[in-house]
Design a protein. Structure first.
Length: 699
């Protein structure tokens, strides 16, 4: 049967092949139509970066999907026809609005019922564009229909009386949504669901041509109450737009909005939970398991050569090799493979090809900075059968053991001398986004890092950093604050010297008991502070919880970031409890203590780590300082993403890319930026992390 493209495109006729509508980003960020949200969610693990222009608004946002039922967005809006503030402070910078959005799925779509979500825009910013809404979606073939009810900015037309008015007269009027500088950043809960709401909705049509989808919507905002007395003319409440999929990770947007204004935008997106990592073409191939075992007894093996193979092929920097009855034990530090099962499997292949059948078990004791973290034991015969595809990998999973490392009576077969000095070169990046002096302030540096180990658990590390390109000289506006300047000297630290020494410190770590770890350190601990400190962590093997604490005496460094110090000093530290929830791989960390500006408070950090190690998280810090003392922003908050380079590169690596986004650089709620954390150092004690990637043991 012949199909005609144009009728299909216009009518979505039944003879056309139905394609499921794609969920794309709205103008504000977050899955939606144009100006309005929908109840749809991107798949868990999705990360989108969005930019678009609808005069007089330029919107830049990051949207992330930590769970399939929760969406978050962080947005900056530049209002081109309004100044940020006084000309002496802001120059020619347009007004910048900062906002946090969230959307929660209440009901999943079924055959008869729609998908329903509850959401809020600008729930933690200035409140200029604040709105709350309920919205539902139902799919009909290649049409996805949405209908919602919104309060605040999305519902400014005020079509109906507030149904929540039955709960009290206060719901009939909405407070002014223009926050003062001191109030900016508050969760403005006193205005939620207040005022007269309006309906909104629309249709997303997936055309027979897969790259193209068309959107049409009715919005509940009449643009007669725009923020900053910036009302716009609306000739029509109906907006029409399209999204063109220019590539797997690129969407191009265009629309005609308000009946008189064009919109153009772009979205860059990927899914870090489902995307396939590049093939590791630069890794050495794993050693094949031989048909028969070698005839060489343990005491006759040339272990120095085995240690070299373990480092080159399995990534282990071997400390020593020992025998306990029929068990062969390798003590070493992993330096290459992000996923521990892959490293252990490669090590087992090398050991199996090196020693006779006197050995029945292979054990790898995983050390970090000379501190034993865990020991992993594989039965040799089962491993051989799985590697040769004679048995299921599940059989090996069931008999593989993970234990806390404890001293044993054993016979040492080999000990390797410590190689004390290592170094590396890399590129560093720092940023400050959304201030009045420039939308993005940035610095790129060339970094030389070095480490010298006096003992395996006693080492010095340092960094020398050279400025490559930097526009932090524009950073002038620090916003009102009555706190000590512990972070808002960022311009001075970034621009005073082109060659800096961010870190130069001595560290000592130790396992104090089976589940207790300790660390002490001293020197130039970060770019702004030097001092001494210590940390303790109690983390039982395989448990979901841990508790730790750190205490530090620090003094502010000179702006040149050399060996000089300023007058300000402080005693700072926190007690932190960690708990991994038994669902969705959520880690909750709650820290209580004293911050760098001598304020006391609590930080709540929630993050989700996916199977491949990608982590999405957010934090909120509340301290005992008042809003007037804190200044613009009211309290500290932000989101962050931690992405293993292993997911991005064609060679294996243990390094991570850590990206944090906080609305403003403020002095309140500021923590010391320590180079090492015992919780991160002991990550191998999370046995779920090992078993979630156990299939890599045969790679």
């Amino acid at each position: 049967m012949k199909r005609h493209f144009l009728p299909c495109l216009l009518l979505g006729c039944a003879t056309c092949a139905h394609a499921e509508p794609r969920y794309t980003q709205s103008d504000f960020g977050g899955v939606g139509l144009l100006q309005t949200p929908t109840a749809r969610m991107a798949p868990a693990g999705e990360l989108s970066v969005n930019a678009n222009r609808t005069d007089p608004y330029s919107r830049y946002s990051v949207s992330f999907q930590p769970f399939d039922w929760l969406e978050g967005s962080f947005r900056y809006t530049a209002i081109s026809n309004r100044d940020y503030g006084a000309a002496a402070l802001s120059g020619d910078q347009s007004y910048k609005d900062k906002a946090i959005d969230a959307k929660l799925r209440l009901l999943k779509e079924s055959h008869w019922l729609p998908e329903v979500a509850l959401g809020g825009r600008d729930i933690g910013g200035t409140g200029l564009f604040s709105s709350e809404y309920f919205v539902g979606n139902k799919r009909f073939g290649d049409l996805d229909v949405s209908l919602g009810l919104a309060w605040g900015y999305l519902g400014n037309r005020g079509d109906i009386d507030n149904p929540f008015g039955v709960l009290g007269d206060k719901f009939n009027d909405r407070p002014d949504n223009s926050a003062t500088v001191a109030d900016a950043g508050e969760f403005n809960g006193d205005s939620y669901f207040r005022g007269s709401p309006s309906f909104f909705g629309g249709v997303n049509y997936q055309t027979p041509w897969d790259p193209l989808s068309i959107k049409i919507e009715y919005e509940g905002n009449d643009y007669e109450n725009e923020p900053l007395n910036n009302n716009q003319v609306q000739d029509s409440p109906i907006n029409l737009g399209l999204v063109f999929k220019a590539g797997d990770s690129v969407d191009l947007h265009a629309a005609w909005e308000r009946g008189n204004t064009a919109m153009f935008g772009i979205t860059l997106h990927t899914n870090f939970a489902t995307r396939k990592a590049p093939a590791k073409t630069f890794d050495p191939p794993a050693e094949p398991v031989q048909a028969s075992m070698p005839k060489v007894a343990p005491e006759d093996v040339k272990w120095a050569g085995v240690a070299q193979r373990l480092q080159k092929n399995a990534g282990y920097r071997v400390e020593r090799i020992a025998q306990r009855d029929s068990e062969l034990i390798v003590y070493g530090e992993q330096t290459r493979y992000f996923h521990q099962p892959k490293a252990v499997g490669r090590a087992a292949r090398i050991l199996d090809n090196s020693v006779n059948d006197e050995i029945d078990w292979f054990t790898v004791v995983d050390n970090r900075n000379g501190v034993p973290i865990q020991e992993i034991s594989l039965p040799r015969e089962t491993f051989r059968e799985v590697a040769n595809k004679d048995r299921s990998i599940e059989d090996l999973r069931r008999v593989t053991e993970q234990n806390a490392p404890v001293p044993h009576q054993e016979k040492e077969l080999f000990a390797q001398e410590l190689s004390p000095f290592t170094y590396g070169l890399g590129v560093g990046y720092k940023q400050n986004v959304g201030g009045p002096d420039g939308f993005i302030l940035y610095q790129f540096t060339a970094d030389l890092t070095a480490e010298y180990r006096f003992q395996r658990d006693l080492w010095w590390n340092g960094m020398l950093s050279g400025n490559l390109v930097n526009n932090f000289d524009k950073f002038k506006y620090t916003a009102p604050s009555n706190l000590p300047r512990v972070r808002t000297f960022v311009r001075e630290y970034m621009t005073t010297s082109d060659v800096t020494m961010p870190t130069f410190q001595l560290n000592k770590a130790r396992q104090l008991d089976e589940d207790l770890y300790g660390m002490v350190y001293g020197g130039y601990l970060e770019s702004m502070f030097a001092g001494v400190g210590g940390e303790l962590l109690y983390r039982p093997m395989g448990e979901r919880w841990a508790i730790g604490g750190n205490l530090n005496w620090v003094q502010q460094r000179d702006f040149e970031q050399d060996f000089g110090l300023r007058d300000y000093n402080v005693l700072t530290g926190h007690v932190t409890g960690y708990y991994r929830l038994p669902f969705e791989d959520i880690l909750a960390a709650v820290s209580v203590g004293r911050y760098l500006a001598r304020d006391y408070g609590v930080t709540v950090d929630l993050s989700r780590e996916f199977r491949n190690g990608v982590r999405f998280g957010g934090f909120v810090t509340l301290t005992n300082v008042t809003q007037d003392e804190y200044g613009e922003g009211s309290f500290s908050k932000g989101i962050y993403f931690s992405i293993p380079f292993d997911e991005l590169m064609a060679s294996s690596t243990m390094r991570r890319a850590n990206l944090a986004w906080s609305p403003l650089t403020r002095d309140g709620g500021a923590s010391l930026g320590r180079s090492y954390s015992l919780y991160s150092l002991t990550e191998g004690r999370n046995i779920d992390l090992f078993h979630n990637n156990f299939d890599k043991v045969v790679e």
